[in-house]
Write a protein that binds this ligand. Structure first.
Ligand SMILES: C[S@@+](CC[C@H](N)C(=O)[O-])C[C@H]1O[C@@H](n2cnc3c(N)ncnc32)[C@H](O)[C@@H]1O
Length: 357
């Protein structure tokens, strides 16, 4: 089965607070679906509409399932259904939610009942990779990781990181998340093709984790929890939309979210209107230069004048292909440092001359 038919991302590995800051004030936001976390996080913005787009129908079906669950369940039952908390009744809850799904999503989840039974939250290939990686990390350093995830003070955390982690074998395990063979042969990701050589990946990840260790508490980062504990639970950090205090607002705003299938290149032909906000995740990870430029052409074609964008760059760093894409360097750097998903460069700014402007 090809990459764009698998469930690749299911929980959260991006910090929605970054997109909420970068796109503040946008009224109509286009957002790559992925795990569904970013579109759901964007419902906590003041946007009137969020359109979730993915080329992969399985990622869109995951978002449909999450929406049906949020609509019907209270907070604790939602966490149990998703697999963030324990449950023995996920399949019977799925039977209740099933009529709410489109025929295509129903068909996908009927075939993936085992995932539903185990909880979809940790079912993505990326989540499984992180779970295995965390098992390996804990095999090597269980005590140090426990200490790292309990620490209450950023300075002490920075020191602990330098002493116990920065120049230890643990780095090799961390580097695994950016190794090309992992992406090619485990994830079967097209992104494997565009990763830099291992030393460069290692140096990048080392410096990102060292900086993060000095900037915010790892226990407050849901991404760090996936890295070090291999999973989320109801007591630890969770993505913005999944926090108890935001649940009512999220439920009330579900009608603002719409899902469409397609690629960024297809945007001009999709008749879904224009946008003044774009949450683009790291689509460049999957693109050579030509494809990257084509995707941006699609985005620009449906951008309102002065539309805001927020892009994430993992390893495949390409410059913006058009002059009209105006990068706010100061904000981009600030958001890169504060982003609790640790491994991304954030690039944000405005599209100055959309075809609609
Ligand atoms: C860029 S990936 C990153 C996943 C993200 N970290 C998450 O957890 O949601 C997000 C999604 O973008 C989709 N995608 C990548 N390139 C795309 C494109 N050119 N058009 C539409 N969807 C795309 C992938 O299928 C994937 O589901």
């Amino acid at each position: 089965m090809g990459f764009f038919q698998n469930l690749n991302f299911s929980s959260a590995n991006e910090d929605g607070n970054t997109e909420l800051s970068a796109l503040a004030g946008s009224r109509r936001i286009l957002c790559l679906t992925g795990s569904g976390t970013r579109p759901l996080d964007m419902l906590l913005s003041t946007a009137d509409e969020v359109v979730a787009l993915d080329i992969n129908p399985v990622q869109n079906a995951l978002l449909e399932l999450k929406i049906a669950a949020i609509r019907s369940l209270d907070y604790d039952n939602l966490l149990s259904f998703l697999g963030v908390a324990r449950s023995k009744s996920r399949l019977s809850i799925y039977q209740q939610l099933r009529p709410e799904l489109s025929p295509a999503a129903r068909d996908i989840w009927d075939r993936k009942r085992n995932m539903v039974r185990a909880g979809v939250w940790h079912a993505g290939k990326w989540e499984k990779l992180l779970l295995w990686n965390s098992r390996f990390l804990r095999l090597m350093r269980r005590r140090d990781i426990k200490q790292l995830m309990r620490i209450e003070n950023v300075e002490a955390q920075g020191r602990l990181w330098e002493e116990k982690f920065a120049s230890s074998k643990l780095q090799t395990a961390l580097e695994m998340i950016g190794r090309d063979w992992i992406w090619r042969w485990v994830m079967r990701e097209p992104a494997g093709e565009f990763l830099p050589p291992p030393q460069e990946v290692g140096a990048r990840l080392n410096s990102d984790f060292s900086r993060a260790a000095r900037t915010f508490l790892f226990k407050e980062s849901d991404f760090a929890l996936l890295i070090f504990n291999g999973r989320h639970d109801g007591d630890g950090a969770l993505p913005v939309h999944l926090r108890r205090e935001n649940y009512k607002m999220l439920k009330d705003r579900l009608e603002r979210l719409r899902i469409v299938e397609g690629g960024l290149v297809d945007l001009p032909n999709m008749a879904i209107g224009s946008f003044d906000g774009f949450s683009l995740s790291d689509f460049g990870s999957y693109s050579n230069w030509q494809a990257y430029e084509e995707c941006w052409k699609g985005i620009v074609a449906v951008a309102d004048l002065g539309a805001r964008f927020c892009e994430r760059i993992f390893m495949n760093d390409m410059p913006p292909p058009f002059e009209k894409i105006d990068v706010d360097k100061t904000l981009s750097e600030a958001l890169t440092v504060s982003d609790k998903a640790i491994i991304y460069r954030v690039r944000t700014g405005k599209i100055h001359c959309g075809d609609n402007g």
